[in-house]
Design a protein around this ligand. Structure first.
Ligand SMILES: NC(=O)c1ccc[n+]([C@@H]2O[C@H](COP(=O)([O-])OP(=O)(O)OC[C@H]3O[C@@H](n4cnc5c(N)ncnc54)[C@H](OP(=O)(O)O)[C@@H]3O)[C@@H](O)[C@H]2O)c1
Length: 256
């Protein structure tokens, strides 16, 4: 039994993609446009959004998730154009590699400003519409880095763990009202975000494959959409191991 209502077609669905200028969000937006959805594209870099929208009827609605007023303005533009929406996907996020040895409070705060407060600003702008409609859905991209504490992900992992918990609570509140809630947990995806990594990324997949898995999971009505399974299943197992075994396994696999 899927935890959300399955979707028969993307055609004419009104989907707002936040974080659509490059990476996973841009691939999601392109695939939605190809599938006949009505798409609103948001991120900071307007020129990249314009390129994705070119030749389609996609709306371009720039915003900075760190600035709540810009997110509210963008939501008002989307509502005005479409009189509501069927799905909002919050994909925007950033990554800063950090360990205790290179602790930097300023960088930790900026990361949380985007990955946690950015999502809260989006929720602030999206929830009133969903609650008034009593229909539609919201998907939030967290990460398998939120399952367990991993080296080099000192604050990034914490931001994603917070999102996982947030989306679980949201499901309890919104599902009874008929609103879909989707938790999206990718493994390693080849995007500008991961191209900075200096280590071998196991089971790395393309942004196109990540987008296809995300949209397929939503269409099937899944709550948690995690991929690629050959990687994410191991991390799920790690999460339920007793700490001595979990710590040993993480050290053995990462060498850190
Ligand atoms: N790549 C991976 O392996 C991986 C794995 C697990 C989870 N994730 C998560 O998946 C999401 C997308 O990752 P990605 O790899 O596609 O990252 P990416 O290539 O760096 O793309 C990030 C997207 O977020 C937007 N963004 C960043 N800061 C923003 C801000 N302040 N306001 C509005 N938009 C902002 C960027 O657009 P602008 O710069 O134009 O604003 C861009 O569209 C992130 O939440 C990431 O944590 C990624």
């Amino acid at each position: 039994m899927p935890l959300n209502p399955p979707l028969r077609t993307w055609r004419d669905q009104r989907v707002w993609v936040i974080g659509a200028s490059y990476g996973i969000g841009a691939s999601i937006a392109r695939q939605l446009i190809d599938a006949g959805a009505r798409v609103a594209l948001s991120a900071r870099k307007r020129n990249l959004l314009d390129e994705i929208a070119a030749g389609s009827d996609a709306l371009v609605v720039p915003l900075d998730v760190v600035d709540p007023a810009s997110v509210r303005d963008a939501a008002a533009q989307v509502r005005k154009a479409w009189n509501g929406f069927d799905l909002a996907l919050i994909v925007a996020g950033t990554h800063v590699e950090m360990r205790a040895q290179n602790w930097d409070l300023g960088r930790a705060r900026s990361l949380l400003d985007v990955n946690l407060f950015g999502v809260l600003h989006c929720l602030d702008a999206i929830l009133p519409t969903l609650l008034a409609q009593r229909s539609g859905g919201i998907g939030i991209v967290a990460s398998v880095a939120g399952y367990v504490g991993l080296p080099k992900a000192l604050v990034y992992g914490a931001s994603k763990a917070a999102l996982i918990n947030l989306v679980e609570s949201l499901y309890g509140d919104l599902h009874p009202l008929g609103i879909g809630v989707y938790l999206i947990n990718p493994g390693f995806v080849d995007t500008p975000l991961t191209r900075k990594n200096d280590f071998r990324m196991p089971a790395l997949i393309s942004a196109e494959a990540a987008a296809a898995a995300t949209l397929a999971g939503i269409a099937e009505g899944r709550f948690e959409i995690h991929y690629p399974k050959r990687f994410t299943r191991w991390l799920k197992l790690l999460r339920i191991l007793p700490y001595p075994l979990q710590f040993r396994a993480v050290r053995k696999v990462t060498g850190l």
